[in-house]
Structure formats: structure tokens, C-alpha cells
Write a protein that binds this ligand. Structure first.
Ligand code: HEC
Length: 300
């Protein structure tokens, strides 16, 4: 049978198992924190989109007097009579153009506004977006839908039809002529208040294991683990192991006949320290052995 390992090695192993478990627990918390951080970031982006849309909606349309090559779409045209034209962009259109710009710059987040019934091909939903729309339609109280996809975090929030939307998404008869002319009278009409018209979809790069690692393996955490190890090691050595070692030596000396060897340490009468209890017991054993030896000597 293999020789039993020392208490010192055992306590070192126990220490590392403890550290390992605590690190595991920290990693699990870090995972939750990551979800929270990404969700908050996506929520902030969605909030911005909502604010932007309501700014455009508040003034009906935004009017620009120049169409850049990239953004040729408009819903209405206003001729000022002096050969200047103003082009009107409604909230959905302006939002799509904003998203094109945002998605091209190096911002972390990208977003789109999409639907299961699209007017605009560029707004075609992908698999995640289709599932999210289906989920919101099935249960309108769903606050958001999220998912991790490859190395991306996906987030979706529902766009619910309100009174103001009906003009362009209700009965085609009420719709501005420009909408009918551009998109026809079939696309994305017939909605009622409270219906899910579509979603704001936000995509963020996820935070991987390697990026999260420095959060845990930083000098302060590593220093704290080292300090914990040293404190453990010092405590075990100073208060348990070296005292047990001394007591073992003393006991061996007593057993080998040197009964007058004083124990190297006299524990206080009242103590909760287990090694003190052991010292007491050995001391008692020593005294009773002395008595026995005295009795034997008297008999001789
Ligand atoms: C002035 C007319 C108008 C109003 C009012 C309007 N929309 Fe739209 N909506 C459009 C047009 C036009 C498009 C297509 C825009 C494009 O080409 O990207 C669109 C597109 C959308 C889309 C993107 C999906 C698609 O069909 O391509 C969503 C989602 C949407 N609207 C939701 C809403 C909601 C919600 C409201 C009310 C808060 C609203 N709309 C009010 C005209 C309107």
C-alpha cells in the first residue's frame, strides 16, 4: 500500500480545490454579468432608435434638400417654386438610413428595424429575427428576446402598432398617395392597434472567455490568491503541523524511557485548541506512567 501523504500535502490539495471551486463560482457570476452588460448595451441602442424614430415622427417627416448617392429614397417631395426641392423621409426610412450609417462605422452595436411583413427588401429578417417576431406575436408582454449566435449577442424589442401608425399601416385607403405609389397597397397594411408591427433588432459582439480572463486573472486577484495561500500555509504550519511534530518527538522520548523529559509546552487549563487537548492527554499519560514506574520501583 502506498505511504499515506502528509497533512501538509493534503491541506495544500484542499486549498487548491477550494481556489478552483471559488474560481468556478466567479466564472459563473461573470457569465451572468456578461449577459447583463450586453443586454443593457443593446437596450441603450434600442432606446436611442426609439427616441430617433419619435423625433422624426414628432415632425411627421424630416425634410432634406439633397439626396446623397447612397440614400436616394424619400416618401414625399416638396417643391419650393425656386427650383429647390425638399425630400421627405418618414421615421422608418430615416431609421433605416441611420442604421446603414451606424452599421458601417466602427461602433460595437449594429441595428435594424424589421418585420415578418416587410415593405422594404433591405429590412428582410434573418432566422433569429423571425423567431423573435413570432415570440412577440405569441405573447405581447414579452419584454425582449435575446440569443447568443456564433460570436454575436442578439437582442430584439417589439414595435407595437399605435394610433399614429395606422395612417400608413392600417387601411390602405387612409395612406398617403406616396406610400401607395412607392410600396403598393398590399405591403404591410391591415394592422390594428396593439399588433406587433415588427422589431428593433440589435447585434453586439459577444464577450468571449479569453476577453473575460483578464477580469479574473489580474494582479490584484492573483495577489489575493497568493496571500490566501501564504496565510493558509503559515497557519497550518505554525499552529498545527509544527506543534504536532514537537509533541510527537516529546512522546517518542517519553516512550523510550526518558520519563523526566518535560513537555516543551504547557497548555493553559482552559482552552478550546485541539492540539492543547492533545498536550493535556499526553501529559496525563506521562504522569500515570511515572506513577506506575514509582509503584513498580517501591515493590522492588
Ligand atoms: C408616414 C407613413 C408611416 C407611418 C406613420 C408609419 N410607418 Fe412604418 N413604414 C412606412 C414606410 C414607408 C416603411 C418602409 C420604409 C423603408 O423603405 O425602409 C415603413 C416600414 C416600417 C417597418 C420596417 C419593416 C418594413 O416594412 O420594411 C416597421 C417595423 C414599421 N414601419 C413600423 C411602424 C410603426 C410601429 C409605426 C407607428 C409607431 C409606423 N411604422 C408608422 C411608413 C410609415
Amino acid at each position: 500500500m502506498a505511504k499515506k501523504s502528509s497533512l501538509r500535502s493534503k491541506s495544500i490539495i484542499v486549498f487548491f480545490i477550494t481556489v478552483f471551486l471559488i474560481m468556478g463560482a466567479l466564472f459563473a457570476s461573470l457569465g451572468n454579468l456578461r449577459d447583463e452588460v450586453l443586454r443593457n448595451e443593446a437596450q441603450a441602442v434600442a432606446d436611442q432608435v426609439v427616441s430617433f424614430r419619435s423625433w422624426v415622427a414628432g415632425s411627421g417627416m424630416v425634410w432634406v434638400n439633397k439626396l446623397t448617392p447612397e440614400f436616394q429614397d424619400y416618401l414625399a417631395i416638396h417643391d419650393t417654386g425656386d427650383s429647390t426641392h425638399f425630400y421627405g423621409k418618414n421615421p422608418a426610412l430615416a431609421t433605416r438610413e441611420l442604421s446603414v450609417i451606424a452599421n458601417k462605422t466602427s461602433t460595437r452595436a449594429t441595428f435594424t428595424v424589421t418585420s415578418d411583413r416587410i415593405r422594404q427588401k433591405a429590412n428582410t429578417p434573418d432566422a433569429f429575427e423571425k423567431t423573435a417576431i413570432a415570440q412577440f406575436t405569441a405573447d405581447k408582454s414579452t419584454p425582449f428576446v435575446e440569443a447568443y449566435q456564433d460570436d454575436k449577442y442578439r437582442y430584439a424589442r417589439a414595435l407595437i402598432v399605435k394610433e399614429g401608425c395606422l395612417k400608413c399601416h392600417g387601411d390602405p385607403k387612409d395612406a398617403p398617395a406616396a406610400v401607395i405609389q412607392k410600396y403598393g397597397d398590399k405591403n404591410a397594411f391591415g394592422y390594428k392597434i396593439g399588433d406587433v408591427r415588427g422589431i428593433i433588432s440589435v447585434t453586439l459582439p459577444t464577450i468571449g472567455f479569453m476577453e473575460a480572463l483578464p477580469t479574473l486573472a489580474n494582479p490584484i486577484s492573483l495577489g489575493a490568491i497568493l496571500l490566501a495561500f501564504l496565510i493558509n500555509f503559515f497557519f497550518n504550519t505554525r499552529f498545527i503541523l509544527s506543534r504536532l511534530q514537537k509533541l510527537t518527538e516529546d512522546t517518542k522520548a517519553i516512550v523510550s524511557g526518558k520519563l523526566d523529559t518535560p513537555l516543551d509546552y504547557t497548555p493553559p487549563k482552559e482552552s478550546n485548541d485541539e492540539v492543547d487537548h492533545l498536550y493535556h492527554s499526553v501529559d496525563l499519560l506521562k504522569r500515570s506512567m511515572e506513577l506506575v514506574v514509582k509503584k513498580i520501583k517501591r515493590k522492588d
